[in-house]
Design a protein around this ligand. Structure first.
Ligand SMILES: CC(C)(COP(=O)(O)OP(=O)(O)OC[C@H]1O[C@@H](n2cnc3c(N)ncnc32)[C@H](O)[C@@H]1OP(=O)(O)O)[C@@H](O)C(=O)NCCC(=O)NCCS
Length: 230
């Protein structure tokens, strides 16, 4: 049965991809899996074998292949490399005698349970009320094979170096890397970061961005031109 479903699913998804391409300018591989609670803002690209569920992906953000995202909010213009994973599930690490879910969860992760109610919080949330595990800002670049633990916020403009395991919030416009990830440096001065966080170029119209794209290669020029234009 699973075998038949696996053959049938890509054909169904062709129609979903066709719809997305022609209504929202998307480019979604027929071998990517998106559940119906996932919302794409538009102009998104998602490559093969990436699995995304219960997530929102902002305008123009793209994901390479083999990513796994669940309950994740991603801003606009994010670049997400291959094999990026969000890991939000938890097992107990102290007090409980065993870390096996049969002793704390009724969700039968291993097929059975010894308890009749769940007695341990199984996920780390950034926003529990809205079921968001991880919030990723705008214009974030996440490198190849990065793992992000649940409950975290990745600030606007941040860069996460390849291979990092992120266990703390990441400040806007910082570069973090390593296991566990630590701040390597900041991309810009404090006043430049303040300007960008207030300016929020990612909320501008596509027309505005096209007209100003030539300024994006020089932060000083970008800021001086925007200030002069006011
Ligand atoms: C972080 C990164 C962007 C480099 O940024 P950079 O500003 O050019 O930084 P540098 O190369 O000058 O390195 C700065 C410091 O970070 C360290 N560093 C670089 N990459 C690192 C990594 N992946 N993990 C840990 N530390 C790293 C360097 O060793 C250096 O340390 P030092 O100051 O003690 O010498 C780059 O290394 C990276 O990881 N890119 C992602 C590539 C990728 O995943 N591409 C997939 C397709 S998009």
């Amino acid at each position: 049965m699973d075998f038949l479903l696996n053959i049938f699913r890509p054909f169904c998804m062709i129609f979903v991809r066709f719809y997305l391409k022609h209504t929202k300018g998307g480019n979604i591989s027929i071998f990517a899996l998106l559940n119906r609670n996932t919302v794409l803002e538009g102009f998104n690209k998602i490559e093969k074998k990436s699995c995304i569920s219960n997530s929102k992906i902002g305008y123009s953000s793209y994901l390479s292949s083999y990513c796994n995202l669940e309950n994740c909010h991603i801003g606009r213009y994010c670049s997400i490399a291959g094999k990026v994973n969000i890991v939000s599930a938890l097992h107990p690490t102290h007090t409980f005698v065993s870390s096996h879910p049969a002793f704390y969860s009724i969700n039968k992760q291993s097929g059975y349970s010894y308890v009749d109610k769940t007695i341990f919080e199984e996920h780390q949330y950034y926003d529990k009320k809205n079921g968001i595990n991880v919030k990723i800002g705008n214009d974030v670049w996440i490198g190849y094979r990065v793992t992000i633990m649940g409950g975290l916020e990745i600030g606007d403009g941040a860069i996460i170096a390849t291979g990092a395991v992120v266990i703390n919030n990441v400040r806007p416009y910082s570069i973090v890397g390593g296991v566990p990830a630590k701040e390597i440096k900041r991309r810009f001065t404090d006043s430049q970061v303040d300007f960008l966080l207030n300016f929020k170029w990612w909320n501008k119209s596509t027309e505005w961005i096209k007209e100003n794209a030539h300024l994006f290669q020089d932060i000083d020029l970008f800021i001086s031109k925007q200030k002069a234009g006011k």
